[in-house]
Design a protein around this ligand. Sequence first.
Ligand code: ADP
Ligand code: MG
Length: 226
Amino acid sequence: MRSKLVKVEKMEVVSQLAASISHEIRNPLTVVKGFIQLLKTPSLSQDAKDRYIQIALDEINRAEAIINEYLTFAKPSSNKVERLMVDDQLRKVIQMLAPMAHMNSIEIVEELQPGAIVGNIQYFQQCFLNLIKNSIEAMPNGGTLTISSCLHGNHVIITIKDTGVGMTTEQMNRFGEPYFSTKEKGTGLGTMVAVKMIQTMQGTLHIQSEVNKGTTLTITFPEAAN
Ligand code: ADP
Ligand code: MG
């Protein structure tokens, strides 16, 4: 019975995400199509052509950013739920983001203790990719990113701590709200996707933040039974 319940919930989230992605991608595609059609206008000035091409490129980049927030790790028919080690999976995500951190003079501190939870590996990785990427983007002038995992009672606790720009109370309240972004080219979808995936894996998220000091996210999951 229990596994069935999990499956129904998961299917719902998967179809919700699929619907969101096609919705999100359609807007930039429509814009690209419109501007390419405009490029066919006879006797268009070079200046206008350059502008239209730039708009089309910006929109393609936006579509790509949206896909990255949802589907970096997606494989066809991979809605498997399994026992996963959070420390191993976090190491993989950190490895992916290490070049981005180094380019921004960010030191990464790993304090990873083994912990097992039940969830979908692709979702877990996508979720932490989105959250850790935000922490890196919050430190444009460098800083320290500390990622830890530990066991507490029958929970696995993961923290992501940055020494970045921090958030106001209003920004904290809007964390996870779709399209909320303070970045020039932000999608405002990364935290929404992460929060949904945490909920799917029966987890909770807690935020602590201070402007110009930094942010600590604490994500708690039930520990997997042996
Ligand atoms: P995006 O990164 O495209 O802006 P997200 O949904 O990933 O969209 O994040 C939404 C907003 O939440 C960000 O624009 C930022 O204002 C805030 N935010 C998220 N994580 C952090 C963090 N670690 N430090 C400061 N602000 C953050
Ligand atoms: Mg983001």
